[in-house]
Write a protein of this length. Structure first.
Length: 87
């Protein structure tokens, strides 16, 4: 079993920053995460929700482009692809 200087519980926004700084200071670091590395913000919170919001904004803008002289035969969205892009 390897000895560590710092054990960080959680790899979310605070955990990974703490791990990076501790490593920069020359400490032996280990991050423990109960789920996916990156925590809530990276995997289901801030970043994925911003991706979904961005897709919805593009869709909304495209629906109004005709007033600017840009037209499409149709504007639609594919929720499955939007969800894949989020991940």
């Amino acid at each position: 079993l390897e000895e560590l200087d710092v054990l960080i519980i959680g790899s979310g926004p605070a955990g990974y920053v703490c791990a990076i700084r501790a490593a920069q200071l020359g400490l032996k670091v280990c991050c423990v995460e109960k789920s996916k590395l990156g925590g809530t913000c990276l995997n289901i919170g801030c970043i994925p929700s911003k991706s979904l919001l961005h897709s919805s904004q593009i869709y909304d803008q495209a629906r109004h482009y005709e007033t600017m002289g840009i037209s499409f035969s149709s504007v639609s969205f594919d929720l499955k692809k939007i969800m894949q892009a989020k991940d």
